[in-house]
Design a protein around this ligand. Structure first.
Ligand code: FE2
Length: 395
């Protein structure tokens, strides 16, 4: 037996109105000069002001940095790091989706290190992080990425993605306030929500799952499955938004401690090669990957069916696991995500390049309950082009 390594960020506020804890926490951290890293669209709609106004009223100097793009490329990370190194900041606040929060973590830590971001990449880097860096507060404005609780910063490379990861990247404080997600449009609510669901599902079947991550993942699946459709249909549904914020937070903790696997590994090249948003890449692939690996984890798939609102006791474990895949397909379809890769305009001629890039994601693939070799990955992409769930022995 091996002991599970469990890491949580030191402090979180989760729930409607959580943002009121921002000023007291900034005070506690002893900051004076604050850098807010955020998405330009969020500044435009006035959302960032909800964070900056109370701070400015208290006399803090606040600089808002908006050179943030979705699925940020390495150069965007290098620029953010250069900016924070040039400034005299003593606190970094990330406000936004995964991109803004990932850049905030990265900039806060690399502010006190030498070298480029590329030097610290997981796959190709040569340097190790040695200091915690500036304190950081992370404030998600979507319910999905879980970035506020993880120690990972994801960066896009030419055709795929890599990460900088270390516990130094963990937030000092995570503030998860569903009120900030009310204006998120339906398509983004759907994609980020399925991303959160994918985190919980992949954590639950991960080879690194533990009783702790299992509890987090199951609780996340219950909240997300009962509320995602409602949040997509009516963004102002307070209960649905609150469930999604809690579900996304729990799913983040689950996957941070157990890892994500095949869905994310195959999704990364869709982002890298075709700029499909992270949540949508996962959403389209979720039923295909889970259908393919189903036979390696039927008991766990039956548990997932129950967490999604089904009842596995009506069926054999095998049958319940099939129904679990069907339920995942149904949720993805109900929130309006295209069913096939063709639905995103991805040509079938991309099959080999997608397969090649996905095989590079060894860190993720290693957590799959069923080993996914190159031929398996190709078969899953083929299934996702064809719109048919396949199994290895039928493929
Ligand atoms: Fe994700």
């Amino acid at each position: 037996m091996t002991a599970a390594r469990i890491v949580f960020p030191p402090l979180s506020y989760v729930g409607w109105g959580a943002l009121e804890h921002l000023v007291p926490e900034v005070k506690r951290l002893g900051a004076k000069h604050i850098l807010v890293i955020t998405d330009p669209a969020l500044e435009k709609i006035g959302l960032v002001e909800q964070v900056t106004s109370p701070l400015r009223q208290e006399g803090y100097s606040v600089h808002v940095y908006t050179d943030v793009v979705p699925e940020p490329p390495l150069e965007t990370g290098e620029k953010a790091v250069a900016f924070v190194r040039d400034g005299e900041f003593d606190l970094v606040i990330g406000v936004g989706g995964g991109s803004a929060m990932d850049l905030a973590k990265l900039a806060a830590v690399l502010a006190v290190h030498e070298g480029s971001v590329a030097d610290y990449l997981n796959l190709t880097g040569t340097r190790t992080l040695e200091k915690k860096g500036l304190p950081k507060i992370l404030i998600p404005t979507t319910s999905g990425t879980g970035s506020e609780v993880t120690n990972i910063s994801v960066l896009s490379l030419e055709t795929t993605k890599d990460v900088v990861t270390h516990d130094y990247l963990l937030a000092d404080v995570a503030i998860v306030d569903p009120q900030l997600t009310v204006s998120v449009p339906p398509r983004v609510t759907a994609a980020t929500g399925i991303d959160a669901l994918t985190h919980a599902v992949e954590a639950y079947v991960s080879v690194n799952a533990s009783p702790t991550s299992d509890g987090l993942a199951i609780a996340a699946m219950r909240l997300i499955s009962r509320s995602l459709r409602k949040a997509v249909e009516n963004g102002t549904d307070k209960q649905a938004r609150t469930d999604m914020a809690n579900g996304s937070y729990l799913a983040g903790l689950a996957f941070f401690n157990a890892g994500v696997a095949g869905v994310h590994a195959l999704a990364y090249p869709l982002g890298g090669q075709f700029h499909i948003a992270h949540g949508e890449s996962n959403a389209v692939l979720l039923p295909y990957v889970m259908g393919y690996i189903r036979q390696s984890c039927t008991k766990r798939m039956a548990d997932i069916l129950n967490a999604l609102g089904g009842n596995s006791s009506f069926w054999s474990e095998e049958e319940a696991s099939y129904r679990c895949v069907e339920e995942l397909e149904r949720i993805v379809a109900d929130v309006g995500i295209p069913k096939t890769l063709g639905g995103f305009g991805i040509p079938e001629s991309a099959l080999e390049s997608l397969t090649k890039d996905a095989t590079q994601q060894k860190r993720l693939l290693a957590r799959s309950p069923m080993p996914l070799l190159e031929s398996d990955i190709r078969a899953i992409y083929q299934a996702a082009f064809a719109g048919t769930i396949m199994e290895p022995n039928k493929g």
